[in-house]
Design a binder for this molecule. Structure first.
Ligand SMILES: Nc1ncnc2c1ncn2[C@@H]1O[C@H](COP(=O)(O)OP(=O)(O)OP(=O)(O)O)[C@@H](O)[C@H]1O
Length: 360
């Protein structure tokens, strides 16, 4: 089994596999700011790789380089073995892209938007988005193609549950419906590779679950997917492998199981008041506590390493002895397995220099 790796910017090489996406030592500089600092990962055919991370971690930048929208400052990227910028024409029909913000034209209907996109994609052989100034003149041929919505377009709209909205104007769609339309555009050409940048942002839970099903079906049909998300449960449900980025670097990566296994057990309890400090509390199994101050103090120990259950057992006994000696009662004493969220918070905490004393 591959084990999750920490602070490894060499990334997630999968030598010997049929890698559809390859990123090696990617760097991206904006002015004097280095947004991506040596990121590497591969995505084998048919897998879904999720890029998680804090705001500004460099996820969208990485995605944009792979989509051919941005030339990398350094490193190499390949999609289906091709250079996303120099071999754009060859690559474009094989790739579906869902940007973080689609930027639709409010006056067009849903069907007109899909037809416009279809026309632009077939026509251009280059990455196209509907953002910016992609407004066709009124009465152009593109508008004429949507009178009878073709089967292909309808199929894409059905896939995302918008088939009854063909005549609805874009400005009358909700934020979640616009995301679904974005997804319909991305899958219109039945792409081999899908880039999905925060695909379910703004969706209600039902629409989110429906979208997950669409993505799972696309994968089952053979598509390879790179996805960014802030929803950890989305990554847990969909990803074959994932990476957590912070400040331009990949800090942890692996399968969901590998990453979560590395998070250890979490022992937590509450003490009354806010006067507790690190010095007052015992070290358990070599672990220092993380304190969160609110109306009382939440204390969390992360216990990592082999023999998790006997470690947790011994740590709990030690803790109860410590509390008895001081006449303290440990409120809401809990021991549970680590989650992806715990790993995420640990990565961010470590990257910030291990400053564990937050105010709720
Ligand atoms: N065109 C640009 N010019 C200058 N700085 C930029 C540009 N695009 C992005 N950045 C900066 O690069 C960093 C990475 O941005 P990016 O959008 O890749 O992050 P992200 O991980 O996708 O964030 P989020 O989760 O908030 O969408 C940020 O600090 C951002 O401000």
């Amino acid at each position: 089994m591959r084990t999750p790796q920490s602070a490894d910017t060499s990334g997630t090489a999968t030598a010997g596999l049929d890698n559809v996406i390859e990123v090696g030592g990617l760097r991206q500089v904006y002015g004097d700011f280095e947004a991506v600092r040596g990121v590497s990962f591969d995505v084998p055919r048919g897998e879904l790789f999720a890029l998680l991370g804090t705001n500004g971690a460099g996820k969208t930048t990485t995605m944009e380089v792979l989509e051919g929208f941005r030339a990398a400052t350094g490193g190499t990227v390949r999609v289906l073995g091709l250079d996303p910028i120099r071999q754009r024409r060859e690559l474009r029909p094989r790739v579906g892209i869902m940007l973080q913000e689609g930027g639709f034209i409010g006056d067009l209907t849903v069907a007109e938007t899909v037809a416009l996109w279809k026309g632009l994609s077939e026509d251009a052989g280059r990455p196209v988005t509907l953002s910016g100034t992609a407004q066709p003149p009124r009465g152009s041929a593109l508008f004429g193609t949507v009178k009878g919505v073709d089967r292909h377009v309808m199929g894409a709209l059905e896939l995302v549950g918008l088939e009854k909205r063909t005549r609805t104007r874009i400005r009358q769609l909700s934020g979640g419906q616009k995301r679904r339309l974005d997804l319909a555009l991305a899958v219109l050409s039945r792409p081999e590779v899908l880039f999905l940048d925060e695909p379910t942002t703004g969706m209600d839970p039902e629409a989110r679950h429906a979208t997950w099903k669409v993505i799972e079906d696309l994968r089952a049909g053979g598509s390879t997917v790179l996805l960014t998300t802030h929803y950890l449960e989305e990554a847990e449900r969909l990803a074959t492998r994932l990476a957590i980025m912070h400040e331009g670097r990949i800090h942890v990566h692996g399968t969901v199981e590998e990453v979560v296994a590395g998070s250890g057990d979490r022992l937590s309890f509450r003490l009354p008041g806010v006067s507790w400090s690190f010095g007052d509390l015992p070290t358990l199994d070599g672990a220092a506590p993380l304190l969160t101050y609110g109306s009382d103090t939440e204390v969390v120990y992360t216990l990592t390493g082999e023999r998790a259950e006997s470690r947790a057992h011994a740590a709990t006994r030690l803790l109860l002895d410590w509390a008895d000696e001081r006449g303290e009662t440990l409120g809401r004493l809990t021991v549970r397995r680590g989650t992806l969220e715990d790993v995420f918070m640990r990565v961010v905490g470590e990257a910030l220099g291990g400053t564990f004393g937050e105010v709720r």
